[in-house]
Design a binder for this molecule. Sequence first.
Ligand code: NAD
Length: 490
Amino acid sequence: MEEQGRERRPLVDDLVAGTLLIGGAWHPATDGATFRVEDPATEETLAIVADAGARDARRALDAAVRAAPAWAATPPRERGELLRRAFDLLGERTERFASCITAEMGKPLTDARREVAYAADFLRWFAEEAVRVPGRFTTAPDGATQILVTGRPVGPCYLVTPWNFPLAMATRKVAPAMAAGCTAVLKPAELTPLTAVMFCELLVEVGVPPGVVNLVTTSRPAEVSTALLGDARLRKLSFTGSTAVGRVLLAQAAPQVLRTSMELGGNAHFVVFEDADLDAAVRGAVLAKFRNGGQACTAANRFLVHRHVAEPFTDRLVRQVRALQVGPGCSPGTDIGPLVDGRAARRVESLVQRALDQGARLLAGGKRVTGRGHFVEPTVLTDVAPDAEILTEEIFGPVVVVTQFADEREAVALANATDHGLASYVYTTDQARAHRMLAALDTGMTRINTGLLSNAAAPFGGVKQSGSGREGGAEGLLEYLDVRSAAFGG
Ligand code: NAD
């Protein structure tokens, strides 16, 4: 690995030419506006980046529209090979990308390295999928008509990503878009634009043609999104973020009847049955909850534990939680970094406080850490009131809430009692029960006896208000293709 262990304030010195990538060149914002990017562990400024407005967004779309025909006509093998080169180079630069992610987002370096590997997997996966665009030639029931079904790139796409996985959420969209032959305008979250800048630099370096991927960094997401979603040349929106913002963007996409892929919020449950291997369940719980400090859409939000094993499970979990090290993501040994900003830390603290006010019992943690940085103690709560906000809202922080259930039927009812339907985790040694749970749970993704969810080869996405569309897997490519049919008379 290149640059292992090298201390570096990523990008601070490198941003002289501006951070908007438009038509293959780096630009400042047309009105000269900039915004500050902060390190959540120290509250220090990491970098000042270009702050795109509506004009810049339209210029980026101009470039994507200009590049679209040639890119769609580029042989799939060539498109795939560019993605493969990007995969190789990203692997070589793991440390550089990981320290950038840690610096602007806060997650521990070990989590950041895992994110780089996961992000790279999408580049490799879609390098392979680029040459496997599915099609069909079939005979109609009349026996005479021949039907040809093909996929065609949807056209210029607007890709909006959140701050919690600043690299993986970008590659999970950019790679399938490129593989399918679409051009794109990428808009990273305002809290974490630097990783996206670094990723786009890498795409330029491996030879992605000008205009195929354009980048707009902005602190004015509503202005940029309104300009793009109102432009008839845009053909697709792919959004990952909160359900609240997703609803706004869906409404803005409606007048143009845009194709959309919406990866929205979650409220995952983690069900532990009385027959579960409790040590494995506790290990899985720590992974499913504390990776990224709990700031993942797939993070276990509600722990539903059978009443016969609730006490031993909770005792073991509390021991593990108390041993977690809180600190800056770049310090060796850190398990839990800061939350992404002060607002997030205050929100989590007040969710915990309100649950305590309603009678919850505190078994570990419970407070923000005083001093610089947005740190919250890893926390465990039990006896939470059934209507407490902490059970209905996405916590997005290092807080475990344990609730007991009496039987399988009650576990399913509690698990499905949410408007969200992204992810679920089930621990049981009974195969028949595992299959019954798979059938009964209203989530797009279920994991049995593992706390790890992400895999580039598995379609990722939710049901209910967790969104629509899938990323990764063979399905991820289809989101960027229009299905067309032709019929030939006999
Ligand atoms: P967010 O909705 O606040 O922001 C997401 C993106 O939307 C950012 O790029 C932001 O700049 C942009 N945005 C914000 N307001 C906007 C507006 N009015 N108009 C247009 N764009 C706007 O979400 P976040 O806080 O960055 O991320 C956390 C959320 O993302 C959580 O709810 C989490 O569950 C969800 N998430 C979902 C997935 C998934 O795959 N389902 C993955 C990661 C995160």
